[in-house]
Design a protein around this ligand. Structure first.
Ligand SMILES: Cc1ncc(COP(=O)(O)O)c(C=O)c1O
Length: 370
């Protein structure tokens, strides 16, 4: 056993301590403003997050799952009730699809990136499919232009789930700029985390933004006049908007630190046989939300790391269709890469406030596996 306290998988208290005075000042400002929801901070944050992503519109909502539900409702072509998605991304899209009264259909993921691609999606498309939701899992942006073209050819809408990919860049552009709409979660552990829940839908389209604005507020066209069905109450509150405004300018630095930590883990694991442990790369503009490893001996490796004082987790252990809530939608053909990913992936500690000493200790623990 390690003589040090275990290295936490995440420790939100460090960031909260760092930002404490700023957060308290922002909270006081919100209280003094008299606006608890949809005030000046909320309006400003919607513009700032849209500009950061590189689109024209952002609509604040209560969390990332609501963002998915409302985005799907806003972009879905009428009469098409199937939403294609991946089964290895935590079930959030499946939850949103079911809440929207639609049906999930699962495509396999790419063997290396663990994300949907045009090649993995093509075979499951038919005339009933209205939306494809691509999750930029762990912060990785796949080959989106090809997926976008495939959807365009068939008049299928594309939604990007950027919950794990805020600020992620690829050679083709930033996460959130490719889809008919994209969704963000500000859950506290996310790369841009609130001090509570929060989410947003971002889009280039003013029509889609207007529809989401209507849906987040009971479907109202004007006050007390619900013009569209499927509306709900989903607001990003003023306090969270004020907090998120303070943290948005820090995201690029946080993402760079996350990538640097993953690079150090990869270097430390370089001598280990790949089937025993591979740390997935997070180079370039990768969103680096999680430090993901693959191992054919996951349980044993996690026990070893635990003994060396390193806390790990699994994102995500079960394909959606192996969870009772979604098992009615289980695919009829095997999705081998999704199944393998759920059997093999696990995550190392990763948050910007990890100290260099802690990173060194994780690296030493990794080296001790070889
Ligand atoms: C990939 C992904 N999509 C959606 C969500 C849902 O976000 P929220 O928890 O804010 O509803 C999360 C995280 O929680 C996520 O990791």
């Amino acid at each position: 056993m390690s003589e040090h306290p275990a290295i936490p998988f995440n420790d939100l208290s460090r960031g909260l301590r760092r930002d404490r005075d700023l957060l308290l000042r922002a909270a006081a400002e919100v209280i003094d403003s008299g606006y608890a929801v949809h005030g000046a901070h909320h309006r400003a944050f919607e513009s700032e997050i849209a500009e950061y992503v590189g689109v024209d519109h952002a609509v604040g909502v209560a969390n990332g799952t609501d963002a998915l539900e409302l985005a799907i409702k806003a972009v879905r072509p009428a009469g098409r009730s199937i939403v294609v998605t991946a089964g290895n991304a935590g079930g959030y899209t499946s939850t949103a699809v079911k809440r929207a009264g639609l049906t999930p259909r699962y495509a396999d993921v790419d063997a290396t990136t663990l994300c949907l691609t045009a090649d993995t999606v093509r075979d499951v498309l038919d005339d009933e499919v209205g939306v494809v939701v691509v999750t930029h899992l762990y912060g990785h942006i796949g080959d989106i232009p090809e997926l976008r073209s495939l959807c365009d050819e068939r008049s299928i809408a594309l939604v990007e789930d950027c919950a794990q990919a805020i600020g992620a860049d690829s050679r083709d552009g930033r996460a959130g700029t490719f889809g008919d709409a994209a969704t963000i979660s500000f859950y506290p552990t996310k790369n841009l985390g609130a001090v509570g829940d929060g989410g947003a839908v971002v889009t280039r389209s003013s029509e889609v933004a207007d529809r989401v604005r209507q849906l987040r507020q009971y479907g109202w066209a004007t006050k007390y006049d619900a013009a569209v069905s499927g509306g709900t109450n989903s607001r990003l509150d003023e306090m969270q908007a004020a907090f998120l405004r303070l943290r948005l300018p820090l995201v690029n630095g946080f993402n760079a630190r996350r990538r640097e930590i993953i690079a150090r883990y990869r270097a430390a694991a370089a001598e280990i046989a790949p089937e025993v442990l591979t740390v997935l790369p997070a180079a370039g503009g990768h969103g680096a939300h999680l430090a993901i490893c693959r191992s054919s001996q996951r349980d044993a490796v996690r026990v070893h790391l635990r003994g060396a004082g390193v806390t790990t987790d699994v994102h995500f252990p079960l394909p959606d269709w192996e969870q009772a809530a979604f098992s009615a939608h289980a695919p009829t053909t095997p999705k081998a890469h999704t199944e393998a990913a759920c059997d093999e992936v696990f995550s190392l500690p990763l948050f910007p406030e990890l100290t260099d000493d802690e990173v060194d200790r994780v690296c030493a623990a990794l080296r001790s596996i070889a």
